[in-house]
Design a protein around this ligand. Structure first.
Ligand code: AMP
Ligand code: GLY
Length: 424
């Protein structure tokens, strides 16, 4: 079959790399793609927010299956539009994508179905939200309800900071996303992510990972899209995984089904491992970036087959096989990220970093007159596999040393929590 993948990040390069290995695949297209994806797929310059353009491309090129990487098009209803045009698409409907598109929606679902999560209240005006914050005290978390590109969450360490954050939200700092605000209890613990394929009724565990969201060493400085990750998350044992599947993922699927909005696609649970057990911080309705870059290298089964089973409600009939190895990825970003950065700087010697246990997934790259250039904040993901986090970490950083990119930087401590545990 011909497949169209939508997106242009490291996540989509990892997906394209894995999809290209599928015996079910004829031609893989990617819109818009990047310089790395172009090595395994045919990149097409489509406007991914224009559903009719996507549908027309599928008709013209005999594409019968579409895979959506980022959340924006999912929340905008691209899967509904494709299905109405008789084109199968992997991912949730707009109704089901509310699990990521509206934090208030998810919190209400958790309350209704007894899913462990931080205590919360929803507000549509500042005075009431402020009264609640004064009652609860700090630390406290203020969240814009809608999609805000990862920026709509403020962890306020003082009441003053929380009150300012509430004003910012209602004054439009996050656009329409902040029209409604969720105020919630501050959870303490270690953060992990768990991913599951879903077909509306059944959830099939994909795996766990730990991201590094802050830009600085030791998890300091501003938040980014993610500076590196490893999988599996060693801090979760099988009993804890079973607990999350049973107490969080399964009731979510059942709840969504009973609401008439069955969830299909990837359910990505952001979790806090608190003293009282795992609690849901948030859902994403898609693969994680950079978590995908460490989960897919561990998948032995055919990704395309699993995705088709998710769309066709037949996950019970397939199995996913995973390697026991650990994968770790380090993000190389443009100097200045997550603030402003220079574009168009040249990257050399990428081929020198190649090795049997190294995969390099591109994010913000383009090819210019045969030269590889950086055009984004997060630019490359250097992924190593090994028998431990320490081993994969050492190999990833050894590969990075061979790359010549003057304007690039990375964190030097990706995997530090797991490496410390391995040393114990
Ligand atoms: P979210 O977009 O909801 O994942 O929030 C972004 C980040 O804020 C999360 O990855 C956590 O690090 C942090 N965060 C969100 N909610 C809470 C909470 N209730 N308690 C502590 N940290 C939180
Ligand atoms: N790595 C976090 C995310 O994909 O949202």
């Amino acid at each position: 079959m011909n497949v169209l993948l939508i997106g242009s990040g490291g996540r989509e390069h990892a997906m394209a790399w894995k999809l290209a290995q599928s015996p079910l695949l004829d031609t893989l297209y990617c819109a818009p793609g990047n310089a790395g994806i172009a090595q395994v797929a045919e990149c097409v310059a489509l406007d991914i927010s224009d559903h009719s353009q996507i549908i027309q491309f599928c008709r013209d090129n005999n594409v019968s299956f579409v895979i959506v990487g980022p959340e924006g098009p999912l929340v905008d209803g691209i899967v509904d539009a494709l299905e109405a045009a008789d084109i199968s698409a992997f991912g949730p409907s707009a109704a089901a994508a509310q699990l990521e598109g509206s934090k208030g929606f998810t919190k209400d679902l958790c309350a209704e179905f007894d899913i462990p999560t931080a205590a919360y209240q929803r507000f549509n005006n500042a005075p009431k939200a402020k009264r609640y914050v004064r009652e609860m005290g700090a630390p406290i978390v203020i969240k814009a309800d809608g999609l805000a590109a990862g920026k709509g969450v403020i962890m306020a360490m003082s009441v003053e900071e929380a009150l300012d954050a509430i004003d910012d939200c209602f004054e439009g700092a996050f656009g329409d996303a902040g029209y409604e605000v969720v105020v919630e209890e501050f959870l303490e613990g270690e953060e992990v992510s768990l991913f599951a394929f879903c077909d509306g009724q059944t959830a099939l565990l994909m795996g766990t990972a730990q991201d590094h969201k802050r830009v600085g060493e030791g998890d300091t400085g501003p938040n980014t899209g993610g500076m590196g990750a490893y999988s599996p998350a060693d801090v979760m044992d099988q009993a804890m995984i079973d607990e999350v599947m049973g107490d969080i993922i399964v009731p979510t699927l059942a709840g969504m089904h009973s609401r008439g909005m069955p969830f299909k696609g990837i359910l990505f649970a952001g979790l806090m491992l608190t003293e009282d057990g795992p609690q849901l911080i948030e859902y994403n309705v898609r693969f994680g970036d950079p978590e995908t870059q460490v989960i897919l290298p561990r998948l032995k089964s055919d990704l395309l087959e699993l995705m088709i089973a998710s769309v066709e409600n037949s996950l019970l009939e397939v199995e996913a096989e995973w390697s026991d190895e650990t994968a770790l990825t380090v993000v190389l970003a443009s100097k200045g990220y997550p603030g402003s950065y220079e574009k168009g700087t040249e990257i050399r010697d990428l081929d020198k970093a190649e090795a049997d246990n190294i995969e390099i997934f591109h994010a913000g790259t383009a090819e210019n007159d045969g030269n590889l250039t950086a055009i984004g904040g997060r630019v490359l993901n250097i992924t190593a596999t090994g028998s431990s986090v320490s081993e994969a970490q050492a190999d990833a950083y050894a590969a990075i040393k061979k790359i010549d990119w003057q304007n690039g930087f990375c964190r030097s401590d990706i995997g530090w929590r797991a490496v410390a545990r391995e040393k114990e």
